[in-house]
Design a protein around this ligand. Structure first.
Ligand code: ATP
Ligand code: MG
Ligand code: MG
Length: 680
């Protein structure tokens, strides 16, 4: 997975690693990895990133960029990336979305596992601490409870030209604010009655710094915490805390949060003294647990921990420490009895563990540590696509598309069903890179990525999408019987002989594309027209003699004669020179299928921009169904199978077509054509 180029985020990570910013945290090196072991147990200096979706909808191609960016940087620099649900807003969030997001991230190829490389977290699991932080800020004069109405607050905020006005509650006693906050928490006030605000500067030129709200009342059931809380932290307050608790080093977000960075830093700087409290509490509990076991051979335990230190992850140590401890006890059949000695030992060995234990043992010593830093990059804007969750939802709710996984949707489930591969999306993300300047990425880049991925791996097949019958009128004469079938073969993939041969047969009737025949050929047309010869790919040369028509003059069959001794791959086959080669499927063994010809959902490059009504810009040709014929024996299981239909593009089987749904025919989705047909 070689990065294609450098960018400002890689530069930031490399600079921080080079300066050793994350060293000295004693997380334990990885023995034998050659980087840290030579000098003894030196910190592996990991970067830690996160992808923090709010579970309020389905992920889309923009999120895919962010996922690949964060997980990709972690992978590249030997770091860690968390999937963290930013679930601080109960009303919009649902388990359905949580599940869909987990699925999408895994499908893209990223994972989290028990080996302490990456984890899955919920911001809502930090509500206790967030609440504690709110009380702490109030106690230290950095926050207050404001009882102004929402309208008053808005009016007093000022605007870009006018400074705001201090709330009459701004300088109330900390004890009073604290009392109100506790009442809020205890459910004694209705929604909107009051909020907790950071006390910063009502005259700040940055409106985000004019005493932003940090907690609000919301009597709502949360998908994870149920009815435990009726107050919830604001996103801008919660986010830096989540990052800090997870020891995130580089917190990457989109540009619209740039003006929030001062507040992000403001929060972190003020809560440093309490940031390690949750770890401390966990560690204390752990040590109490160890105490109850008694101490006998602490040294061995410490040594054991030391040897396994590389498995310990700072951000989720409790359970792992416990497990290690139990295993150690179990292996030794040992029980710790000499508590004092064990503690002494732990103290002397703590640098081998995690900061967790050192803080647990010396709670008053707050080591300097690295606060997360926020970086902003330009979000992905893709031409011909809308990515606003609200607008995508409207497309679904108004049945403009067939659900979130409609193959025309830019959602990950939609693209997946369309036939996009995880590799293609990762390739796309890598190619578009990241920058600080927003701009538009052309949709054709996404299509090019899937073509480039599938070109080297999708088996080839012939399919006729707009069929008309071709009758070979001299067939019986040449082969002795109208029923005679000539066996034909072709490599499944021109560069992958291991995929073997496709086999199909040529008889007196076959399906060809309607536009491979022209009664009166336009200039430069080399396919079938009366008097012209073409090659049936992998088959014979045929000479067109005319066509049959119905009463309205529509062509119902094309007529031709087979030219003997011209079969592909036989000696002398090339003696008859032709300018055109056409694809075909035998009537005898072709399989009827439904092919869904998908195209861009919008006709406008920027359907979402400048006050345009995106629903007026729908492409009426974005979904077209055809009754097609495909080669026999394509695998048509319910699992996705990818093909390049020769001359047509890339196609994938759809779950609808596994014989159980409607239609009961096999169904193929067109992913994209062989080349960009929209041009530029
Ligand atoms: P909304 O805030 O409207 O609910 P969102 O698209 O911002 O929607 P989040 O769940 O907050 O959704 O996003 C998760 C992460 O994905 C964020 O870090 C965000 O910056 C990133 N992200 C969202 N949209 C894009 C995009 N178009 N390009 C790149 N990153 C994106
Ligand atoms: Mg969001
Ligand atoms: Mg967002």
């Amino acid at each position: 997975n070689k990065p294609s180029s450098s960018n400002f985020l890689r530069a930031a990570v490399e600079r921080d690693l080079a300066q050793g910013r994350y060293s000295g945290r004693h997380w334990g090196g990885t023995p034998g990895d050659g980087r840290h072991h030579a000098q003894g147990p030196v910190d592996p200096a990991r970067v830690r990133l996160r992808f923090p979706p709010e579970p309020n909808g389905y992920l889309h191609v923009g999120h895919a960029k962010s996922i690949c960016l964060n997980f990709g940087l972690a992978q590249e620099y030997g770091g860690v990336c968390h999937l963290r649900f930013d679930d601080t807003n109960p009303e919009k969030e649902e388990q359905e979305y949580v599940d869909a997001i987990v699925d999408a991230v895994q499908w893209l190829g990223w994972s989290w596992d028990a080996n302490a490389t990456s984890h899955l977290y919920y911001a809502s699991n930090y509500f206790d601490f967030m609440y504690r932080a709110a009380e702490y800020l109030i106690e230290h004069g950095h926050a207050y409870v404001d009882e102004q109405s929402a309208d008053e607050m808005r009016a007093n905020r000022g605007d870009f030209t006018t400074p705001g006005t201090d709330s009459p509650y701004r300088n109330r006693a900390a004890q009073e604010s604290l009392a109100r906050l506790r009442e809020m928490r205890d459910g004694r006030h209705p929604d909107g009655a009051m909020v907790v605000r950071a006390k910063i500067d009502m005259a700040s030129p940055n409106i985000n710094m004019r005493d932003p709200a940090i907690y609000r009342i919301k009597h709502a059931t949360h998908h994870n915490t149920g009815d435990t809380w009726c107050i919830y932290p604001m996103y801008t307050f919660a986010h830096p805390i989540e990052d800090a608790l997870e020891n995130i080093t580089h917190s990457i977000c989109t540009l619209e949060f740039e003006d929030q960075r001062p507040f992000y830093d403001w929060v972190l700087e003020r809560i440093v003294p309490i940031l390690r409290e949750p770890e401390f509490h966990r560690a204390k509990a752990l040590i109490e647990d160890i105490e109850q076991q008694g101490i006998e051979a602490g040294k061995e335990f410490a040594l054991h921990c030391h040897n396994h230190a590389h498995k310990l992850d700072h951000s989720e140590p409790e359970e792992r420490m416990r497990a290690l401890f139990r295993k150690w006890e179990h292996d030794r059949g040992a029980v710790i009895t000499d508590l004092a000695a064990f503690f002494q030992l732990l103290k002397s060995e703590t640098h081998h563990f995690t900061p967790l234990l050192s803080h647990a043992l010396e709670p008053h010593r707050i080591e300097p540590f690295n606060l997360p830093h926020q970086y902003e990059f330009a979000r992905l804007n893709l031409t011909y696509v809308v990515t606003s969750k609200r607008k995508l939802k409207a497309l679904v709710d108004e049945s403009i598309v067939d659900g979130w996984d409609d193959p025309r949707m830019p959602t990950i489930v939609g693209m997946r069903r369309r036939g996009y591969t995880p590799e293609a999306l990762r390739l796309f993300a890598d190619r578009i890179g990241v920058s600080k300047a927003s701009g538009w990425i052309d949709y054709s880049l996404l299509e090019a990525a899937v073509r480039d991925d599938l070109e080297s791996k999708a088996p080839r097949a012939m399919a006729v999408l707009e069929p008309v019958k071709l009758k070979l009128t001299n067939w019986a004469e040449v082969f002795g019987s109208a029923e005679h079938l000539e066996a034909c073969a072709a490599p499944a993939h021109p560069k992958l002989p291991e995929l073997g041969q496709r086999r199909f047969s040529l008889g007196h009737e076959l399906w060809i594309e309607r536009d491979d025949f022209a009664e009166e050929p336009p200039k430069g047309y080399h396919r079938l027209y009366p008097g012209n010869t073409v090659r049936l790919k992998y088959g014979y040369v045929v000479r067109c003699t005319g066509c049959e028509k119905d009463a309205d003059g529509n062509v119902t069959a094309v007529l031709a004669e087979v030219v003997p001794d011209t079969k592909s791959g036989t000696p002398g086959a090339d003696a008859v020179k032709v300018k055109g080669v056409i694809t075909w499927v035998g009537v005898a063994d072709g399989v009827e299928a439904e092919v869904r010809l998908y195209d861009r959902l919008f006709t406008d490059e920027h359907p979402d921009a400048g006050g345009k009504d995106y629903k007026q810009l729908l492409n009426p040709q974005s979904k077209r169904l055809t009754r097609a014929y495909v080669e026999p024996s394509l695998p048509l299981s319910s699992l996705q199978a990818w093909f390049q239909f020769e001359r047509h593009g890339y196609f994938v089987t759809d779950a609808d077509g596994n014989g159980t749904g409607s239609p009961s025919l096999p169904v193929f989705n067109r992913i994209t054509g062989l080349k960009d047909s929209w041009g530029k």
